[in-house]
Design a protein around this ligand. Structure first.
Ligand code: SAM
Length: 262
């Protein structure tokens, strides 16, 4: 398949080009999410700190971020934990930016361009694998989950931030999402944290910030990104109950059990 035919390929190309250059976008991310990870997803700093709390990484740990974008989130995780980081994304622009980030004395990061479903890593390689708003791009989610599982070390953790109401249709609850159904079929047990209310609050906050920064976006020829943020934060106008009828956000935590061999 040609890259241009992949879902949102050109949109992400433009997004990461803008993220690389724009001071306004940097400021926007800091204000909305508490930290600039060039988010196009829904993860603020508290959700990434939760990942660090759960994973308990240390020097010598290895981490893979699937759909890592320009790598800022992975860099943060590795700086905090001294783990060694690997990330891939289908966007050349994003990976170029990631590779240009300085590796510090105690920071080792490996980035590569790659497609979900095509890229491969060694079995039993990672202590932590994260997929933050990226698993939806797997053409065959079941196959991809089995692949991820094989990449984990025994006792390694896969954390998947999963949004419904955007790319995925809202299902009944955390046990009926496409990912949950795949995990059940594969007999992989999981725990879930429900971030729906926090996401509602985050989106309302995002709307407030984008309105405050409207003039800066317009002055810097970023009307398209202003409109995009307005569109993404339309939760502003509905009650939480209405929002939760059509949207949810979960974090799935999967620990690889020795007994399961996939
Ligand atoms: C919603 S963004 C999330 C980015 C980042 N993880 C975050 O939380 O801000 C989805 C990411 O997946 C990447 N992506 C989309 N489809 C992909 C595919 N088929 N293979 C690899 N990466 C893909 C995009 O370039 C983008 O960086």
């Amino acid at each position: 398949m040609k890259k241009q035919e992949l879902l949102f390929y050109n949109e992400y190309k433009q997004f990461y080009c803008m993220a690389r250059q724009s001071e306004v976008f940097h400021k926007f991310c800091e204000k909305v999410y508490g930290k600039d990870f060039s988010q196009d997803g829904f993860s603020d700093i508290t959700q990434i700190e939760d990942i660090l709390d759960i994973a308990q990484l240390n020097q010598g740990s290895t981490v893979l971020d699937i759909g890592c974008g320009n790598g800022k989130m992975l860099k943060f995780i590795c700086e905090k934990s001294e783990a060694c980081g690997y990330g891939f994304d289908y966007s050349n622009n994003a990976i170029e930016s990631a590779q240009n980030m300085a590796n510090g004395k105690d920071l080792v990061l490996h980035f590569q361009t790659g497609l979900i479903g095509e890229i491969n890593y060694d079995k039993n390689m990672f202590d932590l694998i994260t997929s933050i708003d990226s698993i939806y791009f797997a053409e065959n989610m079941s196959k991809f989950v089995q692949q991820i599982y094989s990449w984990l070390k025994p006792n390694g953790i896969f954390i998947c931030a999963y949004q419904e109401g955007d790319m995925m249709k809202k299902s009944k609850n955390e046990n009926t999402t496409e990912l949950a159904l795949v995990l059940k079929k594969l007999e992989i047990s999981y725990k879930v944290t429900d971030y729906t209310k926090r996401t509602y609050d985050l989106l309302r906050h995002k709307r407030k910030i984008i309105e405050e920064m409207k003039d800066e976006f317009i002055k810097n020829n970023m009307k398209i990104w202003y409109k995009c943020a307005i569109h993404q934060s339309c939760a502003e106008s509905v009650s939480y109950e209405q929002f939760a009828n059509n949207n949810s956000r979960y974090s799935y935590i999967i620990r690889k059990q020795d007994v399961l061999c996939v």
